[in-house]
Design a protein around this ligand. Structure first.
Ligand SMILES: Nc1nc2c(c(=O)[nH]1)N[C@@H](CN(C=O)c1ccc(C(=O)N[C@@H](CCC(=O)O)C(=O)O)cc1)CN2
Length: 290
């Protein structure tokens, strides 16, 4: 392997430690520890693991765990009432609705009930609009985590060609906006893109969030490019991403592994957003720690 390995586990640990110090400072300054309300609906095994980790790491960072679990057959009105209850609760700094929700529920309608200042997933139309306009707001956790990795590894973005594969609301679209805000020249690819490999080969920075195992191989990577793999797929041989890691690592300049790349950053940035939300709600200014 010739590419530099981007260690998301290490960067995520550093972010979480910074958040933990920020929580201590908030409390020492007379504030209240942030409260994170994770909302899990149903019993999807992967979601259960993610939420368990979010809760464990939020407590480790000094936050209050205000988790709520609803049965998988809950109706829309009951789920909406829970979001409304959390929205009105002053102990709740941040609300996170774990996705995907069961199919019979309208998750967009539930997210729309989250007040923008408690939207620690950055998924409300208000926060998405602020991002699109380049104004401050809470940013979606996975793309924010990718930006932190690029910054930590000094990947130049201004004037760089950035290609994002995937156009989801959770990752692809906000990812493109964040790269644009750093003055990258951004192209978004998707399932109808003609000659995906040809477009990807333009990229100095290639972010792959297609949800298709191995969709990007060495033929789609410019020598020396930075390749960020957002995909996570469980197979017989463990976890893998959207990128053919072994062959791409021979061409790229830097690459994230799966596991241990972008995934851990998602939770770290959730904690950072929760601290930011708590500070803003308590009238405490931002500082370097968080
Ligand atoms: N409301 C949200 N739902 C979902 C989000 C999200 O950001 N907000 N993202 C994903 C799942 N996710 C967090 O919720 C998440 C995915 C992966 C990881 C992670 O740490 N992955 C590890 C591997 C862990 C494992 O063994 O499974 C890694 O890549 O190293 C954390 C969080 C969908 N839903």
């Amino acid at each position: 392997m010739t590419a530099r390995l981007i260690d998301g586990t290490a960067v995520a640990r550093k972010v979480r430690e910074d958040v933990g110090r920020g929580v201590e400072e908030l409390v020492a300054g007379g504030g209240v520890a942030p409260g994170l309300a994770t909302v899990l609906i149903g019993d999807d095994p992967a979601s259960e693991v993610y939420v368990r980790n979010k809760r464990r790491l939020s407590v480790q960072a000094g936050m209050q765990d205000l988790h709520r679990h609803l049965p998988g057959d809950v109706d829309q009105a009951t789920a909406a009432a829970l979001v409304d209850e959390l929205a009105a609760d002053p102990a709740v700094s941040g609300i996170l609705l774990q996705l995907p929700t069961p199919e019979h529920l309208d998750s967009d309608a539930l997210i729309a009930r989250i007040p923008p200042d408690k939207d620690v997933d950055g998924l409300t139309t208000s926060n998405a609009g602020l991002l699109a306009q380049g104004r401050p707001g809470l940013r979606p956790c996975t793309p924010a985590g990718v930006m932190t990795l690029l910054e930590e590894y000094d990947v130049p973005l201004s004037g760089a060609e950035a290609v994002v594969v995937g156009r989801s609301v959770l990752v692809g679209k906000p990812m493109a906006q964040l790269l644009l805000a750093q003055n990258a020249t951004v192209t978004i690819c998707h399932s109808r893109t003609r000659d995906l490999a040809e477009v990807c080969r333009r990229a100095d920075v290639l972010v792959v969030a297609a949800g298709i195992p191995g969709i990007v191989g060495a033929d789609a990577v410019k020598p020396g490019a930075t390749v960020i793999d957002v995909g996570i797929h469980r197979g017989e041989n463990g976890l893998r991403g959207d990128v053919e890691f072994d062959e791409v690592a021979e061409v790229a300049g830097a690459i994230t592994p799966v596991p241990g790349g972008v995934g851990p950053m998602t939770i770290a940035m959730l904690l950072a957003n929760t601290l930011t939300a708590a500070r803003a709600q308590q009238g405490m200014p931002e500082n370097e720690a968080g």
